[in-house]
Design a protein around this ligand. Structure first.
Ligand code: HEC
Length: 108
């Protein structure tokens, strides 16, 4: 007679496993990570900027800056090239700086 009790426990236990394990797998199996979408370059970026300025970071590194003067933008671009290794030709630097001043320049 006391075997019935055992079967009952097993039955409930198996039911528990059958219901809870898949539910847990469904709950923890897929991890949704909400990253902001990558941001492109604003305005009309020159070819050199299109080729170089999103290699290491998204365009919002540029758009989240406060407006900078021409001189400050120049310093930024030279820093990208010299300190961080952004591949830029000598001639492309003023072209890129013109674009940066156009999209986010500060009046001097
Ligand atoms: C070789 C990698 C690399 C490339 C290519 C690159 N950057 Fe950066 N850039 C960085 C790094 C690293 C930082 C973050 C520096 C920090 O956090 O201080 C950064 C930060 C910035 C910032 C934020 C200000 C700052 O100094 O942190 C701006 C603006 C910026 N980059 C503009 C540009 C522009 C414009 C181009 C294209 C001409 C460019 N980057 C290309 C590596 C790069």
């Amino acid at each position: 007679m006391h075997h019935i009790g055992y079967h009952l426990v097993c039955g409930i236990g198996c039911l528990f496993l059958a219901l809870v394990v898949p539910a847990a797998a469904a709950e923890f199996g897929i991890v949704a990570v909400n990253l902001p979408p990558p941001v492109g370059l604003p305005g009309k970026p020159p070819i050199a900027a299109q080729q170089a300025c999103t290699i290491c970071h998204s365009g919002d590194y540029i758009t989240t800056q406060p407006p900078l003067t021409r001189q400050q933008w120049n310093t930024q671009v030279v820093k990208m090239a010299n300190d961080y290794g952004c591949p830029l030709s000598e001639q492309s630097i003023p072209v890129i700086v013109n674009w940066l001043v156009e999209i986010n320049g500060k009046r001097e």
